[in-house]
Design a protein around this ligand. Structure first.
Ligand SMILES: *[C@@H]1O[C@H](CO)[C@@H](O)[C@H](O)[C@H]1NC(C)=O
Ligand SMILES: *[C@@H]1O[C@H](CO)[C@@H](O)[C@H](O)[C@H]1NC(C)=O
Ligand SMILES: *[C@@H]1O[C@H](CO)[C@@H](O)[C@H](O)[C@H]1NC(C)=O
Ligand SMILES: *[C@@H]1O[C@H](CO)[C@@H](O)[C@H](O)[C@H]1NC(C)=O
Ligand SMILES: *[C@@H]1O[C@H](CO)[C@@H](O)[C@H](O)[C@H]1NC(C)=O
Ligand SMILES: *[C@@H]1O[C@H](CO)[C@@H](O)[C@H](O)[C@H]1NC(C)=O
Length: 381
């Protein structure tokens, strides 16, 4: 564990700004108590070193380290007492009062003062305090997490996604959003609390307009912080937020109109939907029929699904003008449907089987040929 090093030019210390404590040094002009470190950054688990030295005529009395100031200050180290994580750099020295604090924790952040006391008649009397050292404990942000909309959204208006992380210090942090690796514009993240703190949390939101092809898309939230050797990332599969309703179409084969007593097949195509949860039913004149013959669910290259079902019926006279409805319930949404009307015609076998028709057609061809021959011969002449 490397001892911490002083940092200069600190813009945003994690706890409070350096407070200067001036105690009138009654009758101790030659005595000097020096606390040269203005601010120190330390990572959790590291050993923190706080420097304090005394020069000149050193009055008899203890030197102690405190965290904080005023009546709420907390004794960090004194030669008498038990301070498990604190050791003196030069044990027993009267001039060097530097201490090491091992296994630093976020709670160790604060302002530390080296304070000199003289032995009084009763309690020890404080005569001098060092300028104070601001200790900031840096902390890594937690693994980010991305949350999506409470329910699936259809392609169109932007949907909000939120990325959160916390427990970091210093305050400065960068959040980047990527969709399939491409950067998305996003507003500035919100870092809380607004005041100085031992640690901060961040929340960033982005609006994403989903498209039908997003079933395979990934949204990534990337976090960069001074404590991180590489950015932290969280991904969100847009398929978890996407709903694409099916496009419905009913084909009729043979194409209408259909000859009486012929067999006709209606095929319903429910195309390009997501997620795959969908059920298809057929209705004839509004009444459900269980005659449909569904084919297995097919997955499209873009991750959406297609469902197909065919219904074969005999074009009986009674079915003339029947409306066949394909109804699809997708992802617990209100049903969508498509219709086809069965139009039946009565073939007139007497017309096509009558010899008169065939003779008529034959005569027409002969006459045309004769006319063309006549034109050809006349042009040649
Ligand atoms: C302590 O602060 C005072 C006032 O700002 C300054 O004059 C003095 O040089 C400082 N001493 C040390 C040791 O930094
Ligand atoms: C996202 O999708 C990928 C591949 O389809 C899968 O491996 C991964 O587990 C999914 N992640 C989540 C959070 O659902
Ligand atoms: C159609 O079928 C019905 C009953 O199967 C039969 O009575 C009728 O003659 C048939 N009509 C034609 C034009 O084939
Ligand atoms: C369905 O309705 C049409 C017109 O309303 C009617 O002509 C047809 O006979 C009906 N089909 C059945 C099977 O009842
Ligand atoms: C389908 O036909 C029914 C009547 O049979 C009608 O109520 C419905 O609106 C039609 N749907 C479409 C999509 O044309
Ligand atoms: C079916 O109905 C249409 C329109 O009502 C009619 O023109 C046609 O002749 C009917 N077909 C049969 C086989 O009855």
């Amino acid at each position: 564990m490397a001892p911490s090093t002083p940092v200069s030019g600190l813009s945003l210390p994690c706890l409070v700004l350096l407070l200067l404590l001036e105690i009138p040094g009654a009758g101790a002009q030659e005595f000097q108590l020096l606390q040269p470190q203005g601010a120190v950054w330390v990572s959790p688990g590291e050993t923190l070193t706080l420097i304090c030295s005394q020069t000149g005529f050193i009055p008899v009395g203890p030197t102690k380290w405190f965290k904080g100031s005023g009546s709420g200050r907390q004794l960090v180290y004194a030669d008498v007492g038990s301070f498990p994580r604190v050791t003196r750099a030069v044990s027993g020295s009267y001039t060097d009062y530097t201490i090491h604090i091992s296994d630093t924790r976020p709670e160790d952040a604060g302002i530390y003062h080296c304070v000199k006391f003289v032995k009084g008649s009763g309690a020890d009397e404080e005569i001098r305090s060092g300028n104070g050292t601001v200790v900031s404990v840096s902390a890594r942000p937690s693994a980010p997490s991305v949350s999506g909309p409470p329910s699936r959204a259809e392609p169109g208006p932007p949907v909000t996604f939120t990325c959160t992380s916390g427990g970091f210090c210093p305050r400065d942090i960068a959040v980047t959003w990527l969709k399939n690796g491409a950067k998305l514009p996003a507003p500035q993240p919100r870092v809380l609390p607004a005041h100085e703190s031992v640690s901060y949390s961040v929340s960033s939101t982005v609006g994403v307009s989903l498209t039908a092809g997003d079933a395979r898309s990934q949204l990534t939230c990337q976090i960069e912080h001074s404590t991180l050797p590489a950015p932290l990332r969280a991904t969100y599969n847009l398929s978890d937020a996407l709903r694409v309703p099916p496009r419905l179409r009913v084909d009729t084969a043979p194409a209408a109109p259909v000859a009486l007593n012929e067999s006709v097949t209606f095929t319903c195509h429910a195309e390009g939907f997501y997620p795959k949860d969908a059920s298809l039913t057929w209705l004839e004149n509004g009444t459900e029929t269980n005659l449909g013959n569904p084919s297995p669910l097919a997955e499209n290259p873009d991750g959406t699904y297609t469902l197909q079902s065919s219904l074969e019926v005999k074009a009986t006279e009674q079915r003339n003008q029947s409306v066949f409805t394909c109804r699809v319930v997708h992802d617990s949404q209100p049903p969508v449907s498509a219709n086809a009307t069965l139009r039946i015609f009565q073939p007139s076998p007497d017309l096509f089987s009558s010899p008169a028709l065939w003779i008529g057609l034959f005569l027409e061809k002969v006459l045309t040929a004769a006319f063309l021959l006549f034109l050809f011969l006349r042009n040649k002449a």
